[in-house]
Design a protein around this ligand. Structure first.
Ligand code: NAG
Ligand code: NAG
Ligand code: NAG
Ligand code: NAG
Length: 711
């Protein structure tokens, strides 16, 4: 019935478009029409099948293109930091950004007024061949949980204050005792004061993987300062494409380039996966002596600032690596290859996405992965729920044992397995053919293996100090935002402006999580270059009311890179960046590293030179290139929030200033996502003063015009 109507309709439509003719076409019978439609249907089905096959093949090819790109990146370089955001042009290639900007490696900076925030900029990273770009990181001191919650996190406990400090009756005495503990830590001398219980190292790492949630945007990890500025993965991709097209950026640095991929093609249908990453920290089980660190001579970074090695460790530019073992004598330490070193031990304490307490063994492809250092039967399998990069396999038929390093050419990444379905799985079938001796049949036995892996690299080791918990003035602390009675940049209900100035009317009334000022300023020594009147601002103290309503001068107690000078102790570094770099895996970089070591230590390696080098005369070293660091006084103006800056000048600049000249256009470090261009001159008292800041008489964010000479 339906077909007849359809046929009639066809006929009418067909007829309407024809010029009137004398011969009327003979209408088709129902049977003929059905035959036609069936034929058409079969043809369409055939074409659909071909198209389905085509889409399936094409999807597979797209998937293989991604593999091709990854394989290419894997052999071009290893996992690690590739690039930070560039902020300036330069007259030498090394003057522009690589894995450091002018100011710091990986854009590390401080948010010391914030109880748990660790400052780190935008990074371009490669992790097992996947290249991606992070948002401005500013991560928090969080660790994984002990349950199986996906991306579960909890706060890392802060170390206690040494009871010997708390036992002192006055704040002044507590300060003196605290200095001794910092001295013990700096000297790494635990004979009198066992600092190891109160200075606790945490290893912060970056973990990445292909996730199965391709629909809704997942914030990589919590930061109280930054979040991805997009409503969905699609929105983020469009924003990144838009910004990259013109070379612009999100002013808040909240775009991240996180690729998507076709992870599997099942029956012609592509399954997508979304790359995501996070930064987490893990409190190390044991103390880590600072002799475990070796400073890496990134000579390009030193050239940026004319920085001798002896000063390099006091800047944010220095990058370190963990030695394969803790040296007994640092001077006679020889770099060697190794299978399982200190870093392997430390990373093996860190779980993948199954969190702490999981135990997974990997026996894919019919071979169990054993721990490299397990030598007696029964061999201990590697717990692949924790990060590792080396394992041992035992082949039964006298092939012997083999140590395997993960990654064909990438020595930097660690891998951990997970059972969490939020991480995309890859599967493989392995088959064995053998002859069953009982049945005399040939057996074709296939086993299906399916695995989910994430990858990680270390970022830095941070020593947590007793300063987080030390509150000698017994300030009231609120974990929340504070409220106008504690902190207010405008007049609160009592008509007060509480902005941290040093008088009772303006001092903060207590502390809060983002106003974490509780270290007595007396802990840090006066900077010698400033007069007594300027000492307090230079030391960046703020006023906080104690429970008796008395103003106390205190400094911020959050995570420092290098603590300000402590009398009788000096500077104490608490953050050791140990991230590997992508270039570690480049062949030319390997040659360059070897050459660098030879050139930097000519006497030691003289036998390796083709022609014995002539000595470099000390008399030729240019003293006026000696670097100096000036500190811009911190400001509490909000926005942009509490921060200071550093800037580098040379002895020649100082000589010029002494002659009355102004040194112009010196760029500061980037803090609170901005830097300043500063003109400096020397006033009648020999102090360094800003002549201009970004072309204005004063910086827009209220820094004092006086600068302090740090060294
Ligand atoms: C993990 O499981 C394997 C095999 O079941 C066992 O040999 C190993 O001791 C376990 N490891 C841990 C840390 O529990
Ligand atoms: C097939 O191989 C698996 C894994 O090697 C083994 O556990 C299983 O017993 C084998 N099955 C047969 C029928 O041989
Ligand atoms: C400071 O805060 C405390 C408790 O919140 C309050 O009792 C006190 O009056 C406040 N002091 C001033 C000067 O506002
Ligand atoms: C930097 O190295 C020098 C020389 O070894 C040392 O005296 C100084 O204390 C170090 N500074 C820091 C912050 O570790």
């Amino acid at each position: 019935m339906f077909l007849c109507t359809l046929a009639a309709l066809f006929a009418v439509t067909w007829g309407a478009h024809q010029h009137p003719t004398t011969t009327t076409p003979i209408p088709k019978t129902d049977h003929e029409l059905i035959q036609d439609l069936l034929a058409e249907n079969a043809a369409l089905r055939g074409r659909l099948g071909t198209m389905e096959q085509g889409v399936g093949d094409l999807s597979r090819q797209v998937m293989l293109q991604q593999l091709f790109v990854e394989e290419r990146i894997r052999s071009d370089g290893s996992s690690g930091l590739k690039q930070v955001r560039n902020q300036q042009s330069g007259e030498r290639s090394y003057l522009t950004a690589d894995y450091a900007t002018m100011g710091s490696v990986a854009g590390i900076h401080e948010h010391i007024n914030n109880i748990r925030t660790v400052g780190m900029g935008e990074l371009n990273v490669v992790l097992n061949g996947v290249e991606f770009r992070t948002r401005h990181n500013d991560y928090r001191l969080y660790m994984p949980t002990t349950d199986r919650t996906y991306n579960g996190r909890r706060e890392i406990p802060f170390p206690d204050v040494p009871p010997a400090v708390l036992a002192k009756l006055t704040v002044a005495e507590q300060v003196e005792e605290m200095k001794e503990w910092f001295k013990a830590f700096k000297m790494q001398d635990h004979s009198v004061r066992d600092y190891r219980k109160y200075f606790k190292p945490v290893l912060c790492y970056m973990e990445g993987g292909w996730t199965t949630n391709t629909k809704t945007l997942e914030e990589p990890f919590f930061s109280d300062r930054h979040h991805i500025d997009a409503s969905s993965w699609f929105d983020l991709q469009d924003k990144v494409r838009f910004a990259s097209y013109s070379g612009g950026k999100s002013s808040l640095e909240n775009f991240a380039y996180l690729p998507t991929t076709i992870i599997n093609v099942v029956n012609g249908t592509p399954e997508y996966a979304q790359w995501n990453y996070r930064i987490m920290c893990h409190p190390l089980k044991n103390d880590l002596p600072t002799s475990a660190f070796e400073m890496i001579d990134d000579v390009g970074e030193r050239m940026k600032k004319g920085m001798p090695m002896s000063r390099y460790n006091e800047t944010r530019l220095a990058r370190f690596q963990l030695r394969r073992q803790i040296p007994t004598n640092r001077n006679s330490y020889i770099p060697r290859t190794y299978l399982w070193g200190l870093l392997d031990d430390l990373m093996y304490e860190i779980p993948g996405k199954d969190n702490y307490g999981a135990n997974i063994t990997d026996d894919s492809l019919g071979l169990t992965m054993y721990h490299v250092n397990s030598n007696t039967e029964p061999l201990e399998p590697v717990n692949t729920a924790y990060y590792n990069r080396m394992y041992k396999i035992v082949e039964k038929d006298a092939m012997g044992n083999k140590n395997v390093h993960r990654g064909f050419s990438d020595s930097n990444f660690f891998a951990a397995q997970t059972s969490n379905p939020r991480i995309a799985a890859l599967s493989v079938d392995t088959c064995k053919d053998y002859r069953d001796h009982k049945t005399h049949h040939n057996v074709h036995n296939c086993t299906h293996y399916s695995q989910r892996y994430t990858w990680a690299i270390p970022l830095e080791i941070i020593y947590l100090t007793p300063l987080y918990e030390w509150n000698p003035h017994n300030f009231r602390h609120t974990t929340a935002s504070g409220g106008p009675e504690i902190y207010s940049t405008t007049h609160n209900s009592q008509g007060q402006v509480r902005n941290g100035k040093l008088d009772a009317d303006h001092a903060y009334n207590g502390t809060w999580d983002k106003g974490f000022y509780r270290t007595p300023i007396e802990l840090f020594s006066t900077t010698k270059a400033v007069g007594a009147d300027r000492a307090d601002t230079a030391k960046a103290s703020v006023g906080v009311l104690d429970p008796h309503g008395v103003v106390q001068k205190v400094a911020a107690s959050g995570t420092h890179i290098i603590l300000p000078n402590i009398e009788g102790v000096g500077k104490v570094r608490t953050r050791y960046p140990i991230m590997p770099v992508h270039a570690d895996g480049e062949q030319s970089r390997k040659e360059l590293d070897a050459l660098k070591e030879m050139v930097m230590n000519m006497a030691k390696y003289s036998s390796l030179f083709e022609v014995e080098p002539t000595t470099v005369s000390n008399a030729n070293t240019q003293y006026n290139q000696q670097p100096h660091m000036l500190k811009v006084t911190p400001t509490t103006q909000d926005p942009p929030g509490y921060h200071g800056h550093d800037l580098m000048i040379t002895q020649a600049d100082i000589e010029d200033m002494k002659k009355g000249q102004t040194v112009r256009g010196i760029l500061t470090t980037t803090d609170q996502q901005h830097q300043h261009s500063i003109d400096i001159h020397m006033d009648a008292h020999g102090q360094y003063v800003m002549a201009a800041c970004d072309g204005l008489p004063r910086c827009w964010d209220g820094h004092d015009t006086h600068l302090t000479l740090d060294f």
